[in-house]
Design a protein. Sequence first.
Length: 184
Amino acid sequence: MENSGGIQASLAGRYATALFGLARDEKQIDAVTRSLGTLEKAVAESPDLRTLAMSPAISRAEAGKAIRALTPVLDVDPLTGRFLAVLADNGRLRELKDVVRTFRTLASDLRGETTADVTSARALDDDQVAALKTNLKARLGRDVAIDAKVDPDILGGIVIRHGSQMIDASIRTKLNTLANAMKG
């Protein structure tokens, strides 16, 4: 786990590191990871939940009350539920996306994995994710956790980011390259 400069330098990094430490101590890393994934999906699918997380117009008290009511509905584990309540009470729900990403990085590091950010035009199915993990493991020499995102603007194909490396096999980039080549 990186504790110098990098991860802990940001506010989200400090919160994620605190959550990770608690989850590790209570042997709840997998449960917290699942709960954060469920929460991230819910935020992506619900405009109301996104507004709750991002709007400065919602008071800390209201946000805390709403989060405490939502965590049982979303089937979030107790540790993550308490953590979300702290984020809401401290007015830091807008840091949630970065906290989730940083927590995943810390959990991957603990498991000896590395994380690749994968963007595709449509959601990847389980077989595609498994094949991608296998190919990336062969290339990188270690297990790879996939942080998948959907961006229809890439039109098709896939964009993979791992650290400073990027593989851009998107149709948008291929079309832009072709257009530039045709310009002369």
